[in-house]
Design a protein around this ligand. Structure first.
Ligand code: GLN
Length: 478
C-alpha cells in the first residue's frame, strides 16, 4: 500500500479506476502515515474514516482523492484553529467556498494542517501547537506559513493540500519542500471562509508534487463566487486543458535582474534558476534580463501593509465575537486577558506594529508610503508585461534553514518574503516549481510570474518545464 504514498493525483485516479486500490484503503494508508510521521508536526488533526467518506460526493474530477487543508480555511463542523490558542476550540459552522467546491468534485478531506499562527511566519515555527519539520531534513524548517500543508505533501501524507498565500506562504514552503505551489491572481479564488490576515493580499493556493495535479485541484476551486464580492467575473474552467507539453510559440521571459543578482541570493539557487531557464530556452523561449526597480522596497511595503490589515482583521478575536474568553473583573480586563493570553508573541507584535503604522501622526510616514510602493510595483509589472509574457525570479533566497536559525534575527526572517511579497502586492499570479537540490540535498524553487489572469500560460510553461526534468519524482528518505 505504501507504494502509493508518493503517487500523484493523476496516477491515483488511474489506480482507483482500475480498482487496484479502493478509496477506504487509500484513506487508511494516508491515516497510518500521518500517525507514523506525527513527529513532523505537519498535521493538527486527521479525521476519522467514516466522516471523511461522508463529506464528499463520489463523482467528479477529484473523486476519491484525499488531501489536507490548512487550518485557516473553514470546514463545516470541524475546528478551524489557525494554529492559535485563541481559536483552539472554534468550530466552523460552514464550508469555505473552496472546500464546498472540492467536496463537489469528490475530493476527500483528510484533516487540518499545522501552520504559523494566523499565517504569520515563514518557517512553521510560530504555531501554538508545535513546530513543523522539513521532510527532507528534520533539523530544518519546511517554510511557512503553510508549513504543514507543504510538509504533508512532501512526506507522502497526501497528494495535495490547500494553503494560503498573503506574502508567499504557498510558494516559499513549496520551494523549501520540493513542491509545486500556485498563488492565483487576486480575486480568482474565493476568500469566503478563509480566515483573513491581510485581506487585500490573501489568496488560497494549492500545493502538489506536479504541475498537472496543481492545475487539476486549482480547476476545482477557481472562479467567481457570489459570496466574495472581490472575486473576478471569471467562470470555472479546466486549467489542465492548457497543459500541452510545449511552451507558447514565441514565449518571452524576463529574468528579474535585481533578483538574480541580489547579493543575498544563495549561489546554488542562482545556478538552478539559470539552468531552469536554459531548459525553457531549449524549447524556444527567449530570455532577457529586466530590471524591476521597486523590488527592493517591496518587503518593507509588504511588512507595513500586512501588519496594518492584520491589526484590523484580528480585532474580532476579542472573546465576545470570536475566541476563547479569558474572564476578568470587568469588560476591559476580559478583553486584555483574552487577547494577551490567546495570541502568541508573533501575532501580538504584528497587531502592535499594525496599529502603530496606522496611528495618527505615523500613517503618512509608513502606511501611505507603503501604498505608494505598492502602486509602483504594480505599474512596473504591468509595464514589463507589455513586452514579455512571464517574469522569472527565485522563490526564496536560501534553501531550508535550521529550526531556530532566526530566533534572534527577526529582520532576516522577514526578508524571507523578499521575492514572493511583490507578487501579492501586485495581485498577479505566480507558481513556484522545483528546479533542483542544493549539494546537501535541500530542494530549490523558482517562480514564474504572469500578468493578471495568466494562470493558463503559467501552468502551460511550468508543465512544459517539468516534462523535461525529474526533480518532482524525487522523494525524501524519511
Ligand atoms: N512570511 C509572510 C508573513 O509572515 C507571508 C505569510 C503569508 O503569506 N501568509 O507575513
Amino acid at each position: 500500500m505504501n507504494n502509493y504514498a508518493f503517487s500523484t493525483i493523476e496516477s491515483l485516479r488511474k489506480a482507483l479506476a482500475a480498482k487496484e486500490i479502493s478509496v477506504p484503503e487509500l484513506i487508511a494508508m494516508y491515516r497510518a502515515r500521518a500517525q507514523k510521521f506525527e513527529h513532523l508536526g505537519a498535521v493538527l488533526e486527521t479525521f476519522d474514516t467514516d466522516s471523511i467518506l461522508k463529506s464528499g460526493t463520489t463523482t467528479g474530477t477529484l473523486a476519491g482523492i484525499p488531501g489536507y487543508i490548512k487550518d485557516n480555511i473553514c470546514q463545516a463542523n470541524r475546528i478551524t484553529s489557525c494554529a492559535s490558542n485563541i481559536l483552539k476550540n472554534f468550530r466552523s459552522t460552514y464550508d469555505a467556498t473552496a472546500i464546498a467546491r472540492l467536496k463537489n468534485q469528490g475530493a476527500l478531506l483528510l484533516g487540518r494542517t499545522n501552520m504559523d499562527e494566523f499565517a504569520m511566519g515563514s518557517s512553521g515555527e510560530t504555531s501554538a501547537f508545535g513546530k513543523t519539520r522539513n521532510p527532507w531534513n528534520f533539523e530544518c524548517v519546511p517554510g511557512g506559513s503553510s508549513s504543514g500543508s507543504a510538509a504533508a505533501v512532501a512526506a507522502g501524507l497526501a497528494p495535495w493540500a490547500l494553503g494560503s498565500d498573503t506574502g508567499g506562504s504557498v510558494r516559499q514552503p513549496a520551494a523549501l519542500c520540493g513542491l509545486v505551489g500556485m498563488k492565483p491572481t487576486y480575486g480568482l479564488v474565493s476568500r469566503y471562509g478563509l480566515v483573513a490576515y491581510g485581506s487585500s493580499l490573501d489568496s488560497i493556493g494549492v500545493l502538489t508534487r506536479t504541475v498537472y495535479d496543481n492545475a487539476l485541484v486549482f480547476s476545482a476551486i477557481a472562479g467567481q463566487d457570489e459570496r466574495d464580492s472581490s472575486t473576478l467575473s471569471v467562470g470555472q474552467k479546466d486549467y489542465t486543458q492548457s497543459l500541452t507539453g510545449s511552451i507558447k510559440k514565441g514565449l518571452t521571459i524576463g529574468l528579474i535582474e535585481d533578483a538574480i543578482n541580489a547579493p543575498a541570493l544563495h549561489p546554488e539557487i542562482k545556478k538552478a534558476t539559470l539552468d531552469a531557464l536554459k531548459v525553457l530556452e531549449e524549447q524556444g523561449a527567449t530570455v532577457r534580463l529586466i530590471s524591476i526597480k521597486s523590488l527592493e522596497y517591496c518587503a518593507a511595503s509588504y511588512f507595513i501593509i500586512s501588519r496594518a490589515e492584520a491589526a484590523s482583521n484580528l480585532a474580532r478575536f476579542d472573546g465576545v465575537r470570536y475566541g476563547s474568553r479569558v474572564p476578568g473583573k470587568n469588560l476591559l480586563e476580559m478583553y486584555e486577558n483574552t487577547r494577551s493570553q490567546g495570541f502568541g508573541s508573533e501575532v501580538k507584535t504584528r497587531i502592535l506594529m499594525g496599529n502603530y503604522v496606522l496611528s495618527v501622526g505615523h500613517a503618512d510616514e509608513f502606511y501611505t508610503s507603503a501604498q505608494r510602493v505598492r502602486r509602483a510595483i504594480r505599474k512596473e509589472m504591468e509595464d514589463a508585461f507589455k513586452d514579455i509574457d512571464l517574469l522569472v525570479m527565485p522563490t526564496h533566497a536560501v534553501p531550508a534553514f535550521k529550526i531556530g536559525a532566526y530566533d534572534n534575527n527577526k529582520l532576516e526572517m522577514d526578508l524571507q518574503d523578499y521575492f514572493t511579497a511583490p507578487v501579492n502586492l501586485a495581485g498577479v499570479p505566480a507558481i513556484s516549481v522545483p528546479v533542483g537540490f542544493s549539494q546537501d540535498g535541500k530542494p530549490l524553487g523558482m517562480q514564474l510570474i504572469g500578468p493578471h489572469l495568466s494562470e493558463e500560460l503559467i501552468f502551460q510553461t511550468a508543465y512544459a518545464y517539468q516534462q523535461k526534468t525529474d526533480w518532482h519524482t524525487k522523494t525524501p528518505s524519511l
